[in-house]
Design a protein around this ligand. Structure first.
Ligand code: ATP
Length: 287
């Protein structure tokens, strides 16, 4: 059994005729922060819930630190879903006490430390009075109180203002720096991901398109620009291409590009956008 924090081997999850995930194989290294990206419906939430043990794969297997995940919440994993699991009538302090009561393994000091990092959260305020950002932060503090080795975050930043996004990401980074927690974070906000993630897992239509160290992935891709009407002869894979009256621009994976074409390595945003555009074109072509 692979002893990595998270290892998925040929994982598929089907809901009737919908193939939410298909043949997904990847590994998350210890202490890595991985951005989970993909278009709507790519399978991100399904994947996070399988790793957490909230659902079972149709086929294939997932292990967390060498232990097979078998469809129940793994003690080493915390998952923060889009529906933040908070009781509206409780104060933040009461919410933390509830966290202690609901979890066999719980560190009140860790949860408190996390809350203390958040200047904006009043521990005596009722949850229902908190802003979206403060709720997310309280939910993350609850998730971290379980002392997870693997932290799964499903779109934690989507409804936060820039300041709350920044504070939330700093909370996650503090956790990684202090405890070496492995983080898998799904988000559509590519700039934020670029600030905190060192690994990338890109899904499209339930399949892994790209997985690994971001610097290595970017180094393996080129943005290629040349005159319109000239064929791009490359032994690499053309992920995406676009054309104007004057020029052709393409995202190419691996291989070499003939002279006469300008090449640069993409940044994370350009890389992900290239894959997302290609995904949309494939779907349009099938309609
Ligand atoms: N419980 C379910 N029953 C039936 N189909 C489902 C169920 N959960 C997910 N799906 C389908 O599986 C596919 C993947 O959904 P999923 O929510 O994992 O995607 P996602 O990448 O998280 O999307 P988004 O970015 O919109 O949140 C979609 O086609 C979705 O409709």
């Amino acid at each position: 059994m692979n002893a990595s924090p998270v290892h998925a081997e040929s994982v598929a999850k089907h809901f009737g005729r919908t193939r939410a995930l298909d043949d997904c194989t990847f590994t998350l290294p210890e202490g890595s922060v991985t951005g989970l990206v993909g278009p709507n419906g790519a399978g991100k939430t399904t994947l996070l819930s399988l790793i957490a043990g909230l659902a079972k794969p149709t086929s294939g297997s997932i292990s967390v630190h060498g232990t097979a995940v078998r469809g129940r919440m793994h003690p080493d994993v915390s998952l923060l879903t889009q529906r933040r699991p908070l009781y509206e009538q409780f104060t933040v302090r009461e919410m933390m006490r509830a966290g202690a009561a609901m979890n066999d393994r719980w560190s009140a000091s860790r949860a408190d430390e996390m809350l203390d990092l958040l200047a904006g959260v009043d521990k005596d305020a009722q949850v229902r009075t908190l802003s979206a950002g403060a709720r997310t932060q309280v939910a993350i503090a609850l998730a971290l109180g379980r002392l997870p080795k693997v932290l799964l975050l499903d779109e934690p930043l989507s409804d936060l203002d820039p300041l709350a996004r920044d504070e939330t990401l700093r909370l996650v980074m503090a956790e990684v720096a202090e405890r070496g927690t492995t983080v898998l974070l799904s988000s559509h906000l590519l700039t934020d991901l670029g600030d905190v993630c060192d690994h990338l897992l890109l899904l499209d239509e339930g399949r892994v398109q790209v997985s690994g160290d971001i610097d290595e992935i970017l180094g393996d891709h080129q943005i290629v620009v040349g005159a319109a009407g000239v064929d791009l002869e490359t032994d690499g894979v053309v992920v995406d291409s676009s054309h104007t009256a004057r020029q052709t621009t393409a995202l190419v994976r691996g291989g070499s590009v003939p002279s006469g074409w300008q090449t640069t390595h993409p940044d994370l945003e350009a890389l992900v956008m290239g894959y997302l555009r290609a995904s949309r074109s494939r779907r349009f072509a099938r309609q």
